[in-house]
Design a protein around this ligand. Structure first.
Ligand SMILES: Cc1cc2nc3c(=O)[nH]c(=O)nc-3n(C[C@H](O)[C@H](O)[C@H](O)COP(=O)(O)OP(=O)(O)OC[C@H]3O[C@@H](n4cnc5c(N)ncnc54)[C@H](O)[C@@H]3O)c2cc1C
Length: 332
């Protein structure tokens, strides 16, 4: 998405087409300016207010209002190979099995998000498939586009696509390709959990909940993570869940406020089943539902250190409209 804000994205992590090669958005931060709870404007970097710089990289909005973000940049494209291929829902198990195998040896130049969905009723898809359940793969290859067919070959070999929209395009076009599918004013409720493995139980969950979805706009996604994200030590920034190779995200997207209850419930029921799996744990701060889950689930063993920084910079918990890390009570 090119239209969502970069501040929240970065302060809570930041996954995208480039993360497996260049890390999280927050791994590419050089410095920030932050207005802290005492009204002071503070510069934070590896050399200045280093505790604050550590905490804002993953700690979200807990530590102040970030008024500038300085990033390191990477040369990408301008053209890259974009993968966007859709199969019928009947092929979900076969296609996700191919995806699972592919992730085991995927190069870090290649990144793929898999999602169960319903076929949109637009001209790019055969009319007879409109509204049918589907499994789709969206990704990119940052290396030589001529190699991409080989890199992604296994996805196409296992089943016959409904539609294959893959091809070489400007990275900026790939980055904004889905903007019109996520307009302002649509209703969203998303929750995610990390996975140690992409098991058959997860594949079954994705298939079943796709069929149960009250809205045809909703998806159940598996993000393939790792590589550059996992290269960074878990205590180097506040962002803890770097070691997990996958993330499962229930994404409810719907139009009418009258349908809020059914869509939120759909996510929560699917999520409860996912959470019960032994290979599932943690939370991702950018898909936080309504911030209803405890911050400890995001921060693992970084939590106590975050509480220390919070207590130093925001002792009265001024900044609490987030997945909140409460300061220690006064005198504690
Ligand atoms: C359609 C869509 C697609 C998305 N795709 C991705 C994706 O590909 N990868 C991914 O990682 N995430 C994705 N997200 C999640 C996205 O990263 C979060 O919604 C993120 O919070 C958006 O940032 P924002 O600046 O708009 O935050 P806001 O919604 O404005 O704020 C969210 C929270 O972030 C914090 N925050 C925001 N700005 C500041 C600031 N200046 N200073 C301090 N704290 C701040 C606050 O705690 C605030 O409550 C997507 C979201 C949507 C709606």
């Amino acid at each position: 998405m090119s239209e969502t804000g970069v501040a929240g994205l970065t302060l809570n992590g930041g996954y995208g087409h480039l993360s497996r090669k260049y890390g999280l958005a927050l791994d590419n931060l050089l410095s920030v300016d932050v207005v802290t709870a005492d009204g002071e404007l503070r510069h934070a970097s590896a050399d200045e207010n280093a505790d604050l710089f550590w905490a804002v990289r993953g700690g979200g909005g807990n530590f102040g209002v970030v008024t500038s973000l300085e990033y390191t940049l990477h040369e990408v494209g301008p053209d890259v190979y974009a993968l966007f291929v859709w199969f019928h829902g009947d092929d979900t198990a076969v296609a996700l099995d191919a995806f699972r195998e592919w992730t085991e040896t995927a190069p870090r130049d290649a990144s793929v998000l898999a999602f169960t969905a319903h076929v949109p009723d637009i001209a790019e898809f055969p009319e007879k498939s409109w509204g049918e359940p589907a499994i789709a793969f969206l990704g990119s290859y940052l290396g030589d586009p001529d190699d991409a067919e080989d890199i992604f070959g296994s996805f196409r070999a296992r089943a016959t696509p409904i539609t294959d929209l893959s091809g070489v395009m400007a990275y900026a076009d790939l980055q904004s390709m889905l903007d019109e599918d996520y307009p302002d004013g649509l209703r969203y409720y998303w929750k995610s959990i990390f996975l140690e493995e992409l098991t058959d139980d997860v594949i079954d969950l994705m298939t079943r909940y796709n069929e149960l979805a009250p809205s045809a706009l909703s998806t159940v996604d598996v993000w393939h993570l790792g590589d550059a994200v996992a290269d960074v030590p878990q205590d180097a920034t506040a962002f803890w869940h770097r070691d997990k190779p996958y993330m499962l995200n229930f994404e409810a997207n719907w139009e009418d406020a009258d349908d809020d209850g059914a869509n939120v419930e759909w996510v929560r029921e699917g999520f409860a089943e996912a959470q019960a799996l032994s290979i599932a744990s943690g939370r991702y701060g950018n898909f936080p539902g309504l911030n209803e889950d405890p911050a400890k689930l995001l921060y693992g063993e970084n939590y106590d250190r975050l509480v220390d920084v919070k207590t130093k910079y925001d002792p009265n918990n001024l900044f609490q409209s987030n997945t909140n890390v409460p300061p220690r009570p006064t005198g504690a």
